[in-house]
Design a protein around this ligand. Structure first.
Ligand SMILES: Cc1cc2nc3c(=O)[nH]c(=O)nc-3n(C[C@H](O)[C@H](O)[C@H](O)COP(=O)(O)OP(=O)(O)OC[C@H]3O[C@@H](n4cnc5c(N)ncnc54)[C@H](O)[C@@H]3O)c2cc1C
Length: 406
């Protein structure tokens, strides 16, 4: 039977980043995925200041386009430019780079069907047979195959429908356009917004997004709203090059942190509950994860200790508490009317840019995050405060536990 130190399941950004990092630390790594070279379908974006936190110049260069600032439009609350750079990631370049870094990784083109753990490690089964591994990393995405995430199934979803086109482009990067003058009053709830990017060679990306809703806003609704918006503005579409459908569970439960299978990326619930972003966190966590595995595997309690060390590296208590606070924000926002949503974002984007960035970064310690949220509350107009209080009541337990450190 083939033996390896680390079996990584999945070849999305998480699987490849983690396999490359473990191989770079001298571990024997086997990656198992149906087709590791299959192009990634999502179009990834990131704030430039977050991307710049990555201690990896080659990854930072995997950018298709970047813009110096980002437009936010909020109906009657006006519009403004946020002075914060944003980048559209070149997914093909990033995938190529990570595959190159996996030169010493063994690839098995297969779907893993079962997995059992024992004292010495784990046995992984796929169509090609069985593989022994000391540690298994599940990077199989938002609906993970093996990582256990006890708790209620996700109920709040981010959905988006986007098109890459040849035709008219926006004047600059549009992060959030909540203008709704193309919709009748009865068609406005729940609020959705435009995210749009001018691209090189006469191309553009236009996407309609529902940030978080329960139940999810359907792709048919998003597509119809996008087309109405573009038509209303007289945007010319000469050719649709590709379409994007995005469905993200925003309140996936945390994985059980005492399990042997280690999760990574979306499988480990890395998705930021208030934004749906996960890429920068995934890329920045690969090396710390690999280092934790190497050092624990050399100790007496090998595989068991390695899983423990991995989980505490990925989900230290402070991150769990911050996540609960972000989830409180998610539940609050998901319950707001379209008008209040726009008023909420008017307050949010009136905060200093560094505070907006801190809230969205996913790395702020819980005490500072709570202070930031309290500041947002105190600056918000009365109707938004009321919506924050009443809407967040559904998540009161998570707020209390986050603040109490439970
Ligand atoms: C449309 C879309 C747009 C997004 N945009 C952004 C963005 O702009 N910025 C951002 O930060 N985040 C974004 N995200 C969120 C997140 O970054 C992505 O979902 C990201 O792809 C998650 O990476 P991952 O490697 O964890 O999982 P995935 O990319 O989903 O990869 C899962 C891998 O597991 C493999 N697999 C599945 N089952 C098995 C099995 N049984 N055995 C072996 N292999 C298996 C799959 O083939 C695949 O290779 C977006 C997500 C979507 C869906």
């Amino acid at each position: 039977m083939t033996e390896t130190d680390i079996a990584v399941l999945g070849a999305g950004p998480a699987g490849l980043a983690c396999a490359a990092a473990c191989a770079a630390q001298g571990l024997r790594v086997t990656n198992i995925a149906p087709n590791p070279e299959e192009p990634w379908s999502p179009t990834y974006g990131a704030w430039v200041d977050e991307l710049d936190t990555l201690d990896d110049a080659s990854v930072r260069e995997c950018v298709e386009a970047r813009w110096p600032n980002a437009q936010v439009a909020l109906g009657a609350h006006g519009s403004k430019w946020i002075e914060r750079g944003y980048a559209r990631i070149d997914g093909d370049a990033l995938q190529r780079l990570l595959l190159e870094r996996c030169a010493d990784v063994q690839f098995r083109r297969a779907t893993v069907s079962s997995l059992t753990h024992d004292d010495a490690g784990a046995t992984v089964h796929d169509a090609a047979g069985a593989l022994r591994a000391r540690v298994v990393i599940d990077a199989t995405g938002h609906d993970p195959r093996f990582v256990s995430r006890p708790g209620p199934a996700p109920q709040h979803f981010q959905t988006a429908y986007g098109i890459r086109i040849e035709g008219d482009a926006p004047d600059g990067f549009v992060f959030m356009d909540f203008n709704h003058d193309h919709l009748g009053v009865e068609d406005q709830a729940p609020a959705t917004f435009l995210y749009a990017q001018p691209l090189p060679n006469g191309q553009a990306f236009w996407e309609e997004t529902s940030l978080a809703a329960c139940p999810a806003v359907g792709f048919d609704v998003l597509r119809a709203r996008l087309m109405r918006r573009l038509e209303h503005r007289g945007i010319r579409v000469d050719r649709v090059i590709s379409e994007e459908h995005c469905l993200l569970p925003m309140d996936a439960p945390l994985p059980a942190l005492n399990q042997r299978t280690v999760g990574f990326g979306a499988a480990a619930a890395f998705l930021h509950p208030a934004s749906g972003y996960a890429l920068v966190r995934t890329l920045s966590s690969a090396l710390p994860l690999a280092s934790a595995l190497v050092s624990a595997l050399s100790g007496p309690d090998g595989p068991r200790a390695a899983s423990r060390a991995a989980w505490s590296t990925l989900w230290p208590t402070s991150r769990i508490r911050s996540r609960r606070l972000h989830q409180f924000g998610l539940y609050t926002l998901a319950r707001m009317s379209p008008d209040r949503t726009r008023a909420f974002f008017a307050s949010f984007f009136s905060l200093p840019t560094h505070s907006q960035a801190a809230f969205l970064a996913d790395s702020l310690p819980p005490g500072r995050l709570a202070a930031l949220m309290a500041n947002l509350y105190s600056e918000a107009p009365p109707q938004v405060r009321w919506a924050m209080v009443t809407g967040g009541a559904a998540a009161g337990g998570s707020l209390f536990r986050a603040l109490a450190g439970a």
